[in-house]
Design a protein around this ligand. Structure first.
Ligand code: NAG
Ligand code: NAG
Ligand code: NAG
Ligand code: NAG
Ligand code: NAG
Ligand code: NAG
Length: 496
């Protein structure tokens, strides 16, 4: 009986404890929801805007009201990244969000959005939703924010862009879709973006392969035609896309092109527009740079060819035809060991140079020498970087000591000059291996001639002597003393 009572008591205690636990759980759930649910709008305008560090403010974004002469009314800039407590915004909270009146800037980077909310705000110009979890851009996603000029969707997981995604964005001039998982772009997807100036599509690894395939399938139609890119586009950045070829000929206004870290092996695989000002092709497996690699680009100012692992030589006449070229770099192209003397010349009959080069960067290549024909180019430079090469300081390099610009050229060879600065080495120590080589060759030729002479003399003597021996031999068998076999030997003895 006592045992039974004890047992019942125990049961009751357990039940009570369980009840408590349930209550606690319930509270915990409430608290968790409490952290998310109150966030139904970005700003809490009741709190004076001067002080954002008040504790009440913590669940709201940083909302600045600034006077603006453009709209005539104060404008609102909302920055949720600045507000440390707002880090987990999701689409559960914002499906269609009417933005505070006159919102011009909305920064929602580093949140947990998996879609782009259909914002409503006629004045929104700048939307940053980089570093979210967005996977898709739906049709007509932006039709209520038609003033949008700057849209940053980089560092998301966008794999699908529907074909009418950018409808109504006639004022957009900056679109960043870098570091996503775009595999394919719908045909004419960018057609609505008639004011687009900057397009960034970098780090979409699969995209390049598809573009190449599409371009080749459609018998070399340019990406302008395929995707409806406006010819007013000013800047295209498509790095890390595994592109092997691309046709940009229709880019009448395309001035800045960055195709670094793709899979371009040959310059002829890219068709460039005429007006390009800045071209960057760093980190591509380009094999050759010759006179026909690039067309004549009359406006080209900047040519960035860094970290080309396989380029060995900059050939003759390859750098002619860029009269505005100002900045040229091959930095870090570790296999580059030769800049041909006539690299900047027009052709072999005509020693014209048309460049205004001011910055020439050859840092970290494997150059051994600088040809004296480069002197006029190097003399006009404002900056010349050549550290980290393996220069052979022979008499061929003497001229570099006397050019206008201080090069800090460090010698690698010969062994005795390793690590020394060229400018500190007296001329007489810059010896010409060629000179020695010539001397050596001359000596060898002399020796060879001497040998030939002596051989000739020897043969001459040999030819003289055997006749005598023949005589003896002839005499031998004919003579009555033919048993005497010692005779010819004696004859040879007499020879030496
Ligand atoms: C802002 O609020 C903090 C306390 O939250 C206070 O220490 C600080 O003085 C206030 N700054 C201004 C400009 O009112
Ligand atoms: C955001 O979510 C993470 C887990 O996804 C959580 O650890 C963190 O506490 C949340 N931050 C806020 C401010 O709610
Ligand atoms: C492009 O060509 C590939 C084969 O080379 C083919 O599989 C693909 O279907 C073609 N695409 C189009 C759009 O024709
Ligand atoms: C081109 O892209 C590369 C790789 O993203 C970057 O390092 C480089 O700064 C870009 N060049 C220009 C001129 O913007
Ligand atoms: C680069 O292109 C070549 C063919 O041109 C191909 O064999 C190679 O696999 C490609 N490399 C990458 C990383 O895609
Ligand atoms: C130089 O080119 C060769 C192939 O021609 C390659 O094996 C080597 O890795 C290259 N060197 C560097 C530093 O990339």
């Amino acid at each position: 009986m006592r045992l039974l009572i004890n047992f019942l008591l125990l049961l009751m205690i357990i039940a009570v404890i369980n009840c408590k636990n349930v209550e606690e759980d319930y509270d915990a759930v409430n608290e968790e929801e409490a952290g998310v649910i109150p966030f139904t709008h970005f700003c809490k305008f009741e709190i004076p805007m001067v002080n954002h560090s008040t504790t009440d403010d913590e669940d709201f974004c940083d909302c600045d009201v600034v006077s603006s002469s453009v709209i005539g009314k104060p404008i609102v800039k909302i920055n949720c990244e600045m507000s440390n407590h707002v880090t987990n915004l999701t689409n559960k909270v914002f499906q269609a969000q009417k933005l505070p009146i006159n919102t011009v800037t909305l920064i929602l980077s580093y949140q947990h959005f998996n879609e782009i909310p259909e914002f409503v705000g006629e004045h929104l110009k700048h939307l940053d939703m980089s570093n979210n979890l967005i996977t898709i851009i739906k049709d007509e996603n932006f039709i209520h924010v038609t003033s949008l000029e700057h849209l940053d969707l980089s560092y998301n997981s966008i794999s699908e862009i529907q074909s009418s995604a950018f409808q109504q964005l006639q004022l957009l001039h900056y679109l960043d879709l870098s570091s996503n998982r775009i595999v394919q772009l719908p045909l004419n997807v960018f057609t609505p973006l008639s004011a687009l100036e900057t397009l960034k599509l970098s780090s979409n690894e699969e995209l390049g392969k598809n573009i190449v395939r599409d371009v080749f399938n459609s018998s070399s139609v340019s990406i302008y035609q395929l995707f409806g890119i406006t010819t007013k586009l000013n800047s295209l950045v498509m790095t890390h896309c595994e592109l092997t070829a691309v046709n940009l000929r229709e880019g009448a206004d395309l001035k800045r092109i960055n195709l670094s870290f793709n899979n371009i092996t040959d310059f002829s695989m890219i068709e460039l527009p005429d007006n390009v000002v800045s071209l960057e092709l760093s980190g591509n497996p380009i094999l050759h740079f010759t006179a026909t690699s690039l067309p004549s680009l009359l406006l080209l100012e900047e040519l960035i060819l860094e970290d080309l692992p396989f380029l060995k030589e900059v050939s003759d006449f390859s750098l002619y035809g860029f009269p505005k070229l100002h900045h040229l770099t091959f930095e870090g192209s570790r296999n580059l060991s030769l800049i041909k003397g006539s690299a900047f010349y027009e052709d072999s009959s005509n020693e014209n140079i048309d460049t205004q080069l001011k910055i020439f960067n050859l840092r970290g290549c494997s150059l051994k020498s600088l040809h004296i024909s480069l002197e006029p180019i190097i003399n006009q430079l404002a900056e010349f970087h050549i550290d980290g090469n393996s220069f052979d300081c022979s008499c061929d390099m003497k001229w570099v000591k006397y050019i206008g610009i201080d090069t800090n050229l460090q010698c690698h060879r010969p062994e005795t000059l390793n690590g020394k600065l060229l400018r500190e080495i007296p001329d007489k120590r810059l010896k010409c291996e060629n000179f020695f080589l010539n001397k050596l060759i001359n000596t060898m030729i002399l020796l060879f001639l001497l040998m030939v002479c002596s051989l000739a003399i020897w043969f001459f003597l040999r030819r003289l002597n055997p006749t005598r021996r023949n005589k003896f031999q002839k005499v031998g068998p004919e003579s009555p003393y033919q048993r005497v076999t010692i005779e010819p030997n004696r004859a040879e003895y007499s020879l030496y």
